[in-house]
Design a protein around this ligand. Structure first.
Ligand code: NAD
Ligand code: AKB
Length: 315
């Protein structure tokens, strides 16, 4: 049995904080090394090792992988869709070179497993809007989506050619209360809960009828760990798996919040992120993930809303 030593890159971000804490529970605090360009998130402090690391600095990354005896890498550092449209060069550079640095080191050091998330942003306006399948027309129109789609093929290439066991999920928009989102189009679905509690009103940057695929963070963490723990023989997709939990519009999430905060009021002022949202599917067919490794979500909009509001109130 291999004694796992895990490196999480981008550990101070929205997913990184919760994934690092979940991995530490499974593999032991000292066996999960958190790393990020920015300072250690407060929720991680005192829970295990942390190193300051820039994924673009391949030499420094390589040294850490050897020094820390790393056997698995989770690469979460990226620039998301909305920030990416403001700085396309930076988004392309980080999202591509960061991944290639990790894949190269994984190949050289015989890293046992690599995790790298893709996104529903790989899909574009020509993909089916409803129940978008695993394999379909994929013509992304954001730099973020282009980088994720290219990244999926690099993962597949390193698996086929060099046998790097790299696994990936196309996350929908993720909603969480522990750490803040980092510049995506779906961030409104996190902001709205904070504003509902603090201000009793929210101005949404998407139209009221904009349906997008979404998932509550506990389901995203569960999916990630289940995929990584699945026997390799069960993984038939080596680009990235569709996964899904719920789809809703701003009007529907506002109605769910009103069940708990009746005076809550939402208004709409769509901005450049509307174009990004309009290019994505409204719902996702994740039947391949369900069949291959038994994926099943637990949270719908109602259950998530209750949990989000309870946890934010107790923060
Ligand atoms: P985030 O922006 O919250 O976190 C990313 C982290 O990476 C940040 O803490 C940042 O400081 C760090 N980082 C940036 N540049 C770095 C560098 N050069 N070296 C080291 N660290 C660096 O993002 P997130 O929401 O946690 O997303 C993590 C991954 O999941 C990304 O690949 C993202 O595309 C993907 N994803 C996220 C969502 C979502 O809704 N959050 C949905 C689909 C896919
Ligand atoms: C974003 O909105 O950019 C992310 C994503 C769906 O990848 N949340």
């Amino acid at each position: 049995m291999i004694r796992e030593r895990i490196l999480v890159i981008g550990a101070s971000g929205q997913i990184g904080v919760e994934l690092t804490l979940a991995l530490r529970k499974i593999y032991g605090n000292n066996n999960v090394v958190a790393s990020d360009l920015r300072e250690e998130n407060d929720l991680l402090k005192g829970t295990g090792p942390y190193v300051s690391l820039d994924v673009m600095n391949k030499e420094m990354l390589h040294v850490q992988v050897i020094r820390q005896n790393i056997t698995q890498i989770y690469l979460l550092a990226a620039i998301l869709s909305a920030t990416g449209e403001k700085n396309p060069n930076l988004a392309w550079h980080l999202n591509m070179q960061g991944l290639l640095n990790v894949l190269d080191i994984a190949r050289e050091e015989k890293i046992y497993k690599v995790y790298w998330p893709s996104s529903i942003a790989v899909f574009g306006p020509t993909s089916p809007k409803q129940n978008c399948p695993q394999q379909t027309i994929i013509e992304p129109t954001t730099v973020y989506g282009i980088s994720k789609y290219a990244g999926e093929f690099w993962c597949n290439y390193y698996f086929q050619r060099f046998h790097v066991d790299v696994r990936s999920l196309r996350y929908p928009g993720l909603i969480s209360y522990k750490s803040a989102p980092g510049g995506g189009t779906t961030d409104y679905a996190v902001e709205i809960y904070h504003e509902a509690l603090e201000e009793k009103k929210y101005e949404c940057f998407l139209r009221e009828d904009t349906y997008l695929p979404m998932m509550y963070m506990p389901d995203a963490i569960k999916a990630t760990i289940e995929l990584m723990e699945a026997p390799a023989a069960q993984i038939s997709v080596r680009t990235s798996y569709n996964i899904s939990a719920m789809s809703f519009s701003p009007k529907e999430i506002a109605a769910a919040i009103k069940n708990y905060i009746p005076e809550f009021d939402i208004s709409y002022e769509p901005d450049y992120r509307q174009t990004i949202a309009d290019s994505w599917p409204q719902s996702i067919d994740d039947s391949v993930a369900r069949k291959d490794w038994g994926w099943a979500h637990e949270y719908d909009l109602q259950r998530m809303t209750k949990d989000m509001l309870e946890n934010l109130r107790n923060k």
